[in-house]
Design a protein around this ligand. Structure first.
Ligand code: AP5
Ligand code: MG
Length: 206
């Protein structure tokens, strides 16, 4: 968990590989649904573009399918409200919750500079991207894009939802004695990666 741009996707990509977990980003699954052009995708697109949460029945169906397939999962971007938190504790047994914290100013700065490869879903920073990164993405048949919801109005709405609906969920997990790992998300990507790797060990390796 963590506010928009805190690095959930960036960290989940490498942490999941280190620990042999499946990285499940609900946002990526929803974007794939939109790209498929399905009827559900058309509904999802409208919500996502505005930065609103997708209705429960759509994303819970996606999460349920994922949970049935694999039990060793690193969930990125779920749960985001009380109902989803209840769905998770009813349907699975979370080992721990990682919360990456950053300020609102940092969220806005990062999201305005984010680029994503459409083929690999790899995440980049606009002013740090290299020629090699661009070529690798193109080699995989993708191109580098900005997300539709990384626009000022949608970012504001997403941050509001995080503060009012998602953040309180952390308290629900605390009450249930599910371990919470708090991470300062304003360090370097590598430092954060090392810290998460270290703090996750006790929960994964036994
Ligand atoms: P989702 O795709 O999950 O978006 P989000 O929660 O808004 O989070 P982001 O993906 O924007 O940020 P991130 O924390 O992954 O940061 P990243 O690693 O990319 O969800 C999108 C939408 O889908 C929602 O708004 C909603 O509509 C829908 N949705 C999703 N889940 C849902 C649910 N459960 N229920 C209902 N609807 C749902 O990093 C950001 C940038 O910062 C990158 O450029 C990166 O390179 C850079 N960066 C990362 N770490 C650092 C660092 N340490 N220092 C400097 N730069 C860094
Ligand atoms: Mg993400």
């Amino acid at each position: 968990m963590g506010p928009q741009g805190s690095g959930k996707g960036t960290q989940a990509e490498t942490i999941s590989k280190k620990y042999g977990l499946e990285h499940v980003s609900i946002g990526d699954l929803l974007r794939a649904e939109v790209a498929s052009g399905s009827e559900t995708g058309k509904i999802v697109e409208k919500y996502m573009r505005e930065g609103a949460l997708i209705p429960m029945h759509i994303n819970n169906a996606i999460v349920k399918k994922v949970l049935e397939k694999n039990k060793k999962i690193l969930l990125d971007g779920y749960p985001r409200n009380r109902e989803q938190a209840e769905f998770i504790t009813e349907n699975t047994n979370p080992k721990c919750i990682i919360v990456i914290n950053i300020s609102e100013e940092e969220s806005i700065t990062r999201l305005s500079k984010r680029l994503i490869c459409t083929a690999t879903k790899k995440i980049f920073i606009e002013d740090k991207i290299t020629q090699e990164d661009i070529q690798e993405c193109e080699k995989q048949g993708g191109k580098l894009i900005k997300r539709d919801d990384d626009k000022p109005d949608a970012i504001k709405k997403r941050l509001d939802i995080y503060n009012t609906e998602t953040k309180p969920v952390i308290e629900i997990f605390k009450e249930q004695n599910i371990p919470i790992i708090n991470i300062d998300g304003e360090k370097s990507i590598q430092e954060i990666n090392d810290e998460i790797t270290e703090k996750l060990k006790p929960y994964i390796e036994n």
